[in-house]
Design a protein around this ligand. Sequence first.
Ligand code: HEM
Length: 169
Amino acid sequence: MHPSYLFSVWLHLLAATVWIGGMVFLSAVLVPVTRREECRGIAASLIQWTGRRFRWVGWLCFGVLFVTGVLNLAYRGFGWGDLWSGQLWQGDFGRVLAIKLLLVAVILLISALHDFVMGPRATASWRHNPASADAVRLRRQASWMGRVNLVLALSVAALAVTLVRGLPW
Ligand code: HEM
């Protein structure tokens, strides 16, 4: 196997691991910790600062996933012609890839809305008046967008495993 193909798959896996791992850390570690009484004064700032920092890590991962994803397809013998002719979507591999990329498109949409609209609005409202109905509603919406994206990301990773090894039926 060509070393640059192995490097591309390794980089693809690394980007998926960093992004999914980061989302799990935020929802399973950081958010629960900020709910502790001791963190009440700094919780909103902590989530805002961490969210801003992870936002760029996440979008960098998306960039790496896209570039290495295209390279992975090229190493598997697919070219742009196969995209236009529809050859890329043929067979089990093609169908799984189509569903995977559809979910990736939904993830990108939700991430953009969460990272650049709902997230900043929620933390700003939370810092301004933590007990307000607005702050509570916006925080809940932003949290649910994050959770939906995590479930979608885990589904994409599961699809990817079948992409490489074939469907279980
Ligand atoms: C959220 C984005 C993505 C995630 C989480 C993701 C995750 C993964 C994972 C975990 C694998 C390895 C599966 C394994 O070896 O068991 C994989 C493989 C693959 N991914 Fe992605 N991926 C993403 C986006 C993309 C995109 C955008 C493309 C295409 C443009 C793509 C194309 C591929 C291909 C072709 C493989 C097979 C690699 C090989 O030849 O072994 N992926 N993906």
